[in-house]
Write a protein that binds this ligand. Sequence first.
Ligand SMILES: [Zn+2]
Length: 926
Amino acid sequence: MLFGVTTLMAQGDMAIPVDPDVRIGKLDNGLTYYIRHNAWPEQRAEFYIAQRVGSIQEDDSQRGLAHFLEHMAFNGSKHFKGNELLRWCESIGVKFGTDLNAYTSIDQTVYNISNVPTTREGIIDSCLLILYDWADGLTLEQEEIEKERGVIHEEWRLRTSAQMRMLERDLPKLYPGSKYGHRMPIGLMEIIDNFERPFLQAYYEKWYRPDNQAIIVVGDINVDQTEEKIKTLFSPISLPENAAQVTVEPVPDNNEPIVVVDKDKEQSYNVVNVFMKHESYPDEFKSNVAYMAADYLKDASLSMLNDRLREFAEKPECPFLQASAGDGNYLLSRTVEAFSVGVLPKDGQAEAAVTAALVEARRAAAYGFTATEYGRFKANYLSSLDKVYSNKDKRFNRQFVNQYVQHFLNKEPIPSIDYSYEVMKQLVPMLPLEQVNMLMRGMVSESDTNLVVLNFNNEKDDAAYPTEESLLKAIADARAAQIEAYVDNVKDEPLMTTLPKKGKIKKEKKDDRFGYTELTLSNGMKVVLKQTDLKKDQVLLRGYGFGGSALYGDEELPNLRMFGDVIEASGLGNFSHTELEKALAGKIAGASLSMDAYREYVNGSSTPKDVETMLQLVYLLFTNINKDQKSYDNLMQVMEIQLKNRLLQPENVFSDSLTLTLGKHHPRVKPFELDDLKKVSYDRILEIAKERTANAAAYTFDIIGNFDEATIRPLIEQYLGSLPGKKKVEKSKKIDTDFKGKVINSFKHKAETPKAIAVMVWYTQQVPFTSENNIKATMAGQILAMEYLKKIREDASAAYTVGASCSMNVDDFDQSTTIYVSCPMKPEKADVALQIMRDEVEAMTKGCDPDKLAKVKEYMLKNHADQLKQNNYWRSVIDLWRYKGVDLHKDYETIVNAQTPESIADFVKEVLKGGNNAEVIMMPAE
Ligand SMILES: [Zn+2]
C-alpha cells in the first residue's frame, strides 16, 4: 500500500534536501553530530545525546539494565563525582527532572540538558563535558548502584497500574517468538535488586559506543566553535574492534490471529484494540518526497475516519462510547507497524463495538471518503501549515532538537521549513481523493494473517468477559456485513447569518505601565488590548465575569460540576456539536465557557486570520448555545464509565481522601460520584449559562497577541459590544472550604501492587499578597524541593520522586500562602520519608542553605527571562495589576537578588504561624 505512492512519486530527482542551516558531521570513530544556531529565545541552548540502543539490546539476564544505566548517568562520572552533575546544573539554573532528564525506551536512550543559559563560554564547555561523560565516562560506582536500586524499584511501583500489569504479562503472547515479548524497559525487579556491577559495566561498554551515538546542540551558540569543541572532545573516544552491531529485531508474522483477553481488579473500564500489522515504511526510502506525500495521505485518511467514528458515537444505537483509528508502531516495535482500531464499548457490548468500529473502517475502505470530507481536511491541513510557517522565525530550540533526534534514530527527513512548506503547498492540490481512498483500502486488511486483538477488562465477581471465539466472530461479522456508502451531512451556511446591532467603544484609556489599551464598550464591558508579536500565529482571549458557582445552592452542585463539559459538548447557533466542527473547517479558532467559585470564564484562541471567527464563537456562547441531546447523552455515558469504577485505582482513593481532608468535607469539595450524575439536568445547565452570560457589564476581556488593532476594533464593537449589558453587576458570595488547625488523616488501603503516598500541607491567610512575598514563596518551595530530592531520593532511596511547592493565591475574598509537599513512598521506608518531609519544613524556619538559595535565584531569573516571551505571562501580570493593584513584573530581578537565607526563613516562619497543617497518608493494607 505504501509503495503505490512511492512509485507515483518516484520519477525524477525527488530527494528531500537536508536543511542547510543545520551542520551535520561524523567523526572517524562513527559519532554523529548536529549543530544549529537558533536565537529564539536569546542566550539559550539544548544539549542532547541520542543513543541507538535500548532495552531490546539486553539479554535475558540483563532485563532492566538499559534503564538502570540511564539512571547511573546522573550518579557519578569522570568529571562529575556522585551527584555533582545535578548540583552543577542547579548552579546554572537547570533543574533535574525539568531541564535535565533522560528516557530509555525499547530501542533508544536519549539524554538532555535543556534551557541552558549560554551566557558564559564555560557553560557550553561544561555541558559538552557532561555529554562526553555520558558517552564514555560513567564510573558506575558500587555505592551509587546500591542506592539507585531502591529508586528504580520505586519508579516501577509508581508506574505499575492495571494496564501495565496486563501489558507486561501479555507481551509474550503479543510477540510470539520475539524478544519484544520480554523487554519492557523497566525490567525485572529481581534483576534490579540483585545484579552485580560487572554486568552493568559490560552492557555499558558493549553498547554505548560512538557509532551508536549522536550529539545534538541547538541554540544561541557559535556553530563553528561548537563543532571544533565537539571534534576535540569526542574524537579520542575509540570504537572497539569487532564491536557488536545493533541489529534490527524482527517481529515474526502471525498466520493465525492472536487474541489476548485479560482482566485486572484495578482496571476501571473495558477496552478492545484490533491491530492489523503491516511492514513499516523502509528507512532508506524516507528521504524521498514520496514519504512526505505518503505521510499526508495517511494523515488524511485517519483524520476523516476518526471524524466519522466520533460522529457515529453520538448515535443512540452505537455500541461504543468512543472509538479511534491509528497507524504507527505496533505496540513497542518500530520494525513493524499496524493499522489499529480501539474501542471503549458500552456495558456488555464489547463484541458489537468491535464490529461497529470495523464496519466504519471497511465502509471507508469500500466506498472511500466524500469530496466534502476531503475538502474540509485539506482546508484544515493548509491552515495549520500556514500557521506553523507564519511563526517560523520564533521556533524554540526543542522543536529542532526533536527533529534531529528522529533523523538520527529513525531516518526521518529534516528539510528546511521553507522547503516543506513549498512542497506541501504544491503537493496537496495534486493528491486527489482517489489516492487517499487507495491508501485506506490498503490499511484495512481482510485477512487473519497478522491480525491481533487485545482486550483488557475490569475484573469482578460474576462478570462475563469476551472470549477468543466471540472477538473473532465480531471481526468476521464486520467482514460479512452489508455496507452502504457514508452520507456527509453538512450545513451549508455561515456561522452567523444575521449580524447583531453593533455596540460602540465609548471610552478608551492607554496604560503606560504595560502598554495596553482599555476600552469601555457601550454595554459596560471592558476590553483590554495588548498587541505583541511574541508568537506570530497566536491571539489569546480571556474573558472573566463576576459571580461564579458560589451564587448557586448546594442542590445545584451536580449541574455546576458538569457545567463546562456540557457546554463544550453542545452546539452553537444553528449548528449541533458535530455540525459546528464541520462548519469550522479551515479555521483555527476556539472558545469555551466555564466557571469556578467566584467567576465565569471565556477562554479563546485563534490565529490572526481567524480572530473574527473566535469573536463570533464568543458571541454565540453568550446568546445562542444549541442544545445537542445526542452529544450530551454520549458525554453522560462516558462520564458514567469514568465514575463507576474510578475508586478501583488506589491513586484515586488517595486523591479523594486528600480533597475531603483539605476541604474539611465541605459539600462543595465532595468528589463527584455516580449518584450525582443522575441529578444533572441539561436544561438547567443551559439556564445557568444564560444567567451567567446575561450581563456583559460584569465582564472584562483580555485580548493579547498578534492582532491588527485597526481590524479588531470594529470586530469588538460588532461581536462584544452588541451583547446585552445591565448597569448593576452581581456580587459573589464567599464559600469557606479551607481546613483549619492540625489535621491528620492516615489510612490503609489494599492494592494489587502495594502503594504508599503522602501529602503534607501548611497554609496561612495572614501573609499579605505582594510581589516580594510571592517571590519568597516560590523560592521557599524550590529550596524545599531540592532538599527533598537530596535527602529522600538520593540519600535514603525512599522514593522515585518527591514534589514540593509554595505558592500564593488571591481571589475576591481571601489571600493564602500554601506549602504543598507530595511523595509516593517506598512503603518500607515511609517513616523515613515522612520524617524528612516534616523536618525540612521546620528547618526552613531557622534558615536555609545559601548555596541552594543562589541556585534558585539562577533558575528563577532564567525562567523569568523566558516568561517574558509568552503572551500568557503578560496576560496574567496585567490581570493581577488591574484586579489587585499588585505588579508582579516590576523590579522582579532586584527583588529576587535581594533575598537572603534569613528573609526566606522569616517568610516560612510566617507561613507556619498560621497553625494550619494537614497530613494525608495512605499505607498499604495486608
Ligand atoms: Zn527511570
